[in-house]
Design a protein. Structure first.
Length: 345
């Protein structure tokens, strides 16, 4: 079993996960196809149709309209064969030795196989195809947040430079038995604002950004995409609800559909503007058990990987961003496509 260790000097958590060392790495190397765009097919891919027995038994699926089981799916969620955290029928045990604290690596680590097509990507889909991916996130957030305490984190790594080891389109969902230090700080800041003002910090922040406009990338009646005021990377983008909602697990169908459309358009704009760059995104929810809080709102953070952190960043944890967020937002606004893309293959 893996283990979570808390640094006694910073109280940051680190996952010690030996199983991750066995992950297969099938991303193309130098001289091959694009390091971020996979080949059209791979007969050995464990996520392709017809190879369902190459993954652990699925925990959720969206069925395809035709086809024989087990291949009649358009999206599957399966346990990760190389997990950071693993399920158990008991709470995680804490261990303390002097100043050192550790927690057993009890939790969950799942893979969302986003498409049957090996070379598909989110910008290639129409809004309905991206909504399918978010529908899986919502369903699994609802299921996993009941294993309290902790958080549920859906995330996506795109490209070898962002941590992808298999090219077939997929994202991941991890449920932790602890609330990481950064999440705790985010929540404490939001709760302090709520105590002082009686309103949600994220909703007020979104309203202020909409009023100013210079960092807004795009907006709908339910969600907005904007560049953070203190963006840590060039073209970093936040997608936030315009109305209070602490957990994406409680998002309405309309909000989910609007988020899918905006996410697809932003990722398409990034690809149109910069090429097929590596990026990460993470869907931040309130800690488990706090879904009814009035102080927090879920948000999806997209972080392109355009530069490696250096010594100053390592020593201070202060990011160095060479692109003013206002300029990045303006470039994305100018590149954003208004219409829907092609459908899922």
């Amino acid at each position: 079993m893996s283990e979570l260790r808390r640094d006694p000097l910073t109280h940051d958590w680190v996952a010690i996960a030996p199983a991750r060392g066995g992950r297969p790495h099938r991303m193309p190397g130098p001289g091959g196809p694009s390091p971020h765009r996979p080949p059209p097919a791979d007969p050995d891919c464990p996520f392709c149709p017809g190879r369902e027995d190459a993954t652990p038994p699925e925990v959720w699926r969206l069925p395809a309209p035709t086809g024989a089981a087990p291949s009649n799916w358009r999206l599957r969620v399966v346990p990760n064969r190389y997990p950071v955290l693993t399920p158990a029928d008991r709470p995680a045990r804490h261990h303390r030795a002097g100043l050192c604290l550790s927690v057993e690596g009890v939790g969950s680590h799942e893979v969302v196989i986003e498409s049957r097509a090996h070379d598909w990507d989110l910008p290639d889909g129409d809004d309905a195809a991206v909504a399918d991916v978010l529908r899986a996130y919502r369903a699994r957030c609802r299921a996993l947040r009941d294993r309290r305490p902790g958080i549920v984190l859906p995330f996506r790594n795109h490209g070898a430079g962002a941590g992808t080891s298999l090219p077939h389109p997929h994202s991941q969902i991890v449920a932790t038995p602890i609330v990481p230090t950064r999440f705790r700080r985010l929540f404490d800041i939001a709760r302090g604002y709520y105590d002082d003002h009686g309103r949600c910090l994220h909703v007020d922040h979104t309203a202020a950004e909409l009023a100013g406009g210079e960092r807004v990338v795009a907006t709908t009646d339910h969600v907005v995409a904007l560049a953070p005021y203190a963006a840590r990377t060039p073209y970093e983008t936040l997608i936030l609800p315009r109305h209070h909602e602490a957990s994406f697990g409680d998002a309405s169908d309309v909000c989910l559909d609007r988020t899918a459309s905006l996410l697809r358009r932003v990722l398409t704009a990034l690809r149109d503007l910069l090429g097929d760059i590596p990026y990460n995104y993470a869907l931040i929810n309130a800690p488990n058990g706090e879904e009814g809080t009035g102080c927090f709102a879920w948000h999806l953070r997209i972080a392109p990987r355009l530069a490696e952190p250096a010594g100053f960043e390592l020593g201070t944890d202060i990011a160095v961003n060479p692109l003013p967020p206002e300029e990045g937002a303006a470039q994305l606004r100018g590149t954003l496509r208004p219409g829907a893309g092609p459908g899922r293959p």
